[in-house]
Design a protein around this ligand. Structure first.
Ligand SMILES: [Zn+2]
Length: 314
């Protein structure tokens, strides 16, 4: 799976569509014709305000039009639909570049927001994991906001913010697991572990921000973070499932997230030019948040009931 993901990401940097001379010729003509001098003023005057406010430029419009021009030629001649700059062609809706993924990201954010509120109303702040869980929810919420922004408008900056915030969620989930399994009785370990993860995240972001974005490394790093997260949580669940009846929720979540990630491997051209594997993957994770927060609520109540000195440390 790791190798497959790396192969997929390796392809992301360059694509058939944007290398196509028909596309390049169309782009040059369109930009010269529409995006210079008086024509540019006309374009700006006619552009709807919501497009201008979300940063759509004349050149972006040319890319969009030329992409569909090229796709139509490919389809007419019976060739496979090409990708452009590592992405399938998507039908724009208003200013939403990838409407399905943007909407699914919004739903994920909403699910996180609702479940965070539910957590805060049902768990007292004195529960040992309360603040770590709330912080995790905030980091997740932030990631879904940037995912929504990225799928609405794909730029170098929004792409990096989406990737970095997603990595922060996985690292925070590892931190959550570290505190739950080892840190509750060892505050010094929790502090050291947090410092280590922040340093790791800073190195990760620095490497990807300096110079050209290394897609292969980014995917490899996230797969590695994901595996540590999966194995640590799963190991803890298996050791505790005999006497913590709610642990199955956590098991289902980590296994389901891993299984759903396989959806990403079904790389097919978007159905109706809207639903691709990435959008389906984002849609599929919405209910998983409900189950994970339900686990966090049960676990926080359990820890509250237990005398802190009785908390099982693995
Ligand atoms: Zn996404």
């Amino acid at each position: 799976m790791v190798l497959l993901l790396l192969l997929l990401m390796g392809e992301a940097a360059a694509s058939q569509g944007d290398r196509e001379p028909v596309y390049r010729g169309c782009l040059t003509r369109c930009e010269q014709h529409n995006c210079t001098g008086a024509r540019l003023w006309t374009f700006r005057a006619q552009q709807p305000a919501y497009m201008r406010l979300t940063g759509w430029t004349c050149k972006d419009d040319c890319s969009y039009e030329c992409m569909w021009y090229t796709v139509a030629l490919y389809v007419k001649e019976g060739h496979k639909v090409p990708q452009f700059h590592g992405k399938w062609p998507f039908s724009r809706f208003l200013f939403f570049q990838e409407p399905a993924s943007a909407f699914a990201s919004l739903l994920n954010g909403l699910a996180n927001f609702i479940m965070l509120n539910r957590y805060r109303t049902s768990v007292p702040p004195s529960s040992p994991m309360y603040h770590t869980c709330v912080a995790f929810a905030c980091v997740s919420l932030n990631a879904w906001v940037w995912s929504t922004v990225f799928h609405t408008r794909d730029t170098d900056v929004t792409e990096k913010l989406d990737y970095f915030c997603a990595s922060a969620v996985i690292l925070h989930s590892i931190y959550l697991c570290g505190v739950r399994t080892l840190g509750l009785k060892r505050p010094a370990f929790a502090l050291f572990f947090a410092s280590f993860l922040i340093l790791l995240f800073a190195c990760h972001v620095s490497y990807l921000s300096l110079g050209r974005f290394d897609y292969g490394y980014n995917m490899a790093a996230n797969v590695a973070f994901g595996l540590v997260n999966l194995l640590w949580w799963l190991g803890w669940c298996l050791r505790n499932q005999a006497y913590l009846p709610y642990v199955w929720k956590c098991e289902v979540v980590v296994l389901l997230l891993q299984a759903l990630a396989l959806l990403e491997l079904l790389d097919f051209p978007p159905l109706l030019w809207v639903f691709d594997a990435h959008a389906l993957w984002h849609l599929s994770t919405v209910p998983v948040h409900v189950l994970f927060y339900s686990f966090l609520v049960d676990d926080s109540h359990h820890l509250l009931k237990e005398n802190p000195s009785d908390v099982k440390i693995d």
